[in-house]
Design a protein around this ligand. Structure first.
Ligand code: ADP
Length: 476
């Protein structure tokens, strides 16, 4: 790219804070474009217009029947692809019963309309930055049907994989609706055990691929973490890298956070205690400042390690601890946790919902944040915890391994508890260490003072994305 010419990016994501969120992808999609704009890049965003997005809340205007838009950051246009039939529903991807059965139609519509939008608004990006399977059809179409059109032929693509476990798998009977040649339905294309795999297609057709931590980029090339895609990822090894996510400190900073009980800055960490006592009170737990308060906020999915917590809870409650869990997800975990909450009403508070306000209160009020994920592409909970002077206890994997330094292994730089074998003994070992260290008030305060200084802002990661876009432009 010539000097003095502004780089143009279209950022495609199925969820973007503040408009719609089910997890970390939304946090990234809300913050990274703004950080990119600060790097001098011209960015626009395109996402589906879900029923929960209300025009009046964000000054959303209509472009035409299929597209509306609003502005964030300085000059970022957020384009919403509308189709009431597809997107005007309670959930983003599914409901209690499971994934919506027409998810392929929904994100096929979104992908094609996103590409059509570019011509409509005459915005020719240098790179389309796609995220996860929901926007993975875009690189596929760009390299196939849209490639013949001069407007699109030079546009490059980057695909960021936020979680390899969600691949967009569909029966091959649906293949004709994609309008793609059957020759692409093979082991080097979209076929995966006789099904359509949209993420795999994205991995094959994107110019470059990245994931959200360096460790996860390596892990997914192995059978253990590759979710069946390790072969294709190994093939594209040279085009695959990892960039750790940042955290949006405009949203996550206890000194300015309107959602916590009492704001606190690194200079007045003692005010964190007020948040702890209020959280205990609000959750119906005894207000006890000496009890170690463990917090968990996250999707209740196998990935997040709910079972290692629930299986060991009887033992954990023999120590002077309390637990607050906020989450929603698999019915199985709702039931397991519900039963445990009934068994330990004075020790365990459970909230089975998605609630951003409660989440902020838990990050602020807890002493230790539990994140025993079996795998974790990046993870935001541990970074949020650092800022809120809450010590993370996590499994050594992916982004958790890249951001947490174990306190037992490194006394001067340690910032959390990391168990490195996924088994009860290792987990309980770190849990017991947390309980005993918490009793040593001086040491605990020193740790808190150290972790609040850690900086995981988007700036550095945005610079790395800029370099990756440049690399995209030089590819193929
Ligand atoms: P993932 O993207 O795998 O769900 P991350 O750790 O990357 O996990 O991001 C999860 C984000 O979603 C965090 O901002 C977390 O606070 C938020 N979150 C998850 N579950 C809930 C919930 N039940 N209520 C409120 N916020 C939640």
């Amino acid at each position: 790219m010539k000097k003095g010419i502004t780089m143009k990016i279209l950022f495609c994501s199925s969820e973007v804070v503040p408009f719609a969120k089910t997890g970390g992808l939304a946090d990234v999609s809300g913050a990274l474009p703004i950080a990119l704009e600060k790097q001098g890049i011209e960015v626009n965003i395109c996402m589906p217009k879900y029923g929960s997005i209300k025009e009046q809340d964000y000054h959303i205007k209509k472009l035409d029947d299929k597209v509306s838009y609003c502005k964030i950051g300085k000059k970022i246009n957020v384009y919403f692809i509308a189709n009431d039939n597809y997107f005007n529903r309670a959930g983003l991807y599914g409901d209690k019963i499971g994934d919506y059965v027409d998810n392929l139609d929904r994100f096929l519509f979104y992908s094609k309309e996103t590409l059509n939008l570019l011509k409509k608004i005459n915005f020719k990006p240098d790179v389309i930055h796609c995220n996860d399977w929901q926007s993975s059809l875009i690189p596929i179409y760009l390299k196939t049907s849209y490639h013949k059109d001069k407007f699109y032929s030079k546009i490059k693509t980057l695909l960021t994989v936020h979680n390899l476990a969600y691949q967009g798998l569909f029966g091959k009977d649906q293949y004709p609706k994609l309008g793609l040649d059957w020759s692409l339905f093979n082991i080097d294309g979209l076929e995966f055990y006789d099904k359509i795999n949209i993420l795999k297609g994205g991995i094959v057709f994107s110019d470059l691929i990245n994931t959200v931590s360096e460790a996860y980029a390596k892990e997914i090339q192995t059978k253990e973490f590759g979710c069946g895609l390790e072969g294709i990822l190994l093939k594209r090894k040279k085009s695959l890298s990892g960039i750790i996510n940042g955290l949006d400190y405009e949203l996550w900073d206890p000194a300015t956070d309107n959602l916590v009980f009492k704001k606190y800055s690194p200079k007045k960490l003692e005010d964190k205690n007020i948040n702890k006592l209020r959280l205990q009170g609000e959750c119906g737990l005894p207000q006890n400042k000496n009890a170690l308060l463990l917090g968990f906020v996250g999707r209740l999915a196998e990935q997040k390690g709910i079972d290692i917590i629930s299986n060991n809870l009887d033992k954990m409650f023999q120590s002077n601890i309390q637990l607050v869990i906020l989450g929603t997800g698999d019915q199985k975990y709702h039931e397991i946790l519900d039963n445990l909450a009934k068994k330990y009403p004075d020790k365990f508070a459970l909230s089975l919902k998605f609630d951003n306000t409660i989440a902020h209160k838990i990050y602020a009020g807890s002493d230790v944040f539990l994140m025993p994920s079996r795998y974790e592409p990046c993870g935001l909970g541990q970074m949020i915890s650092f800022k809120y002077a809450t010590v993370p206890l996590a499994f050594k994997t992916g982004g958790l391994a890249d951001t947490i330094v174990d306190l037992e292994k490194n006394k001067t730089k340690g910032n959390g508890f990391l168990f490195d074998k996924y088994e009860a003994k290792a987990f309980m070992g770190k849990f017991n260490k947390a309980v005993s260290l918490h009793k040593d008030k001086n040491t605990w305060q020193k740790i808190l003072k150290r972790i609040v200084k850690l900086d995981f802002s988007w700036q550095e990661s945005a610079k790395k994305y800029k370099e990756l876009y440049k690399k995209c432009l030089l590819s193929g």
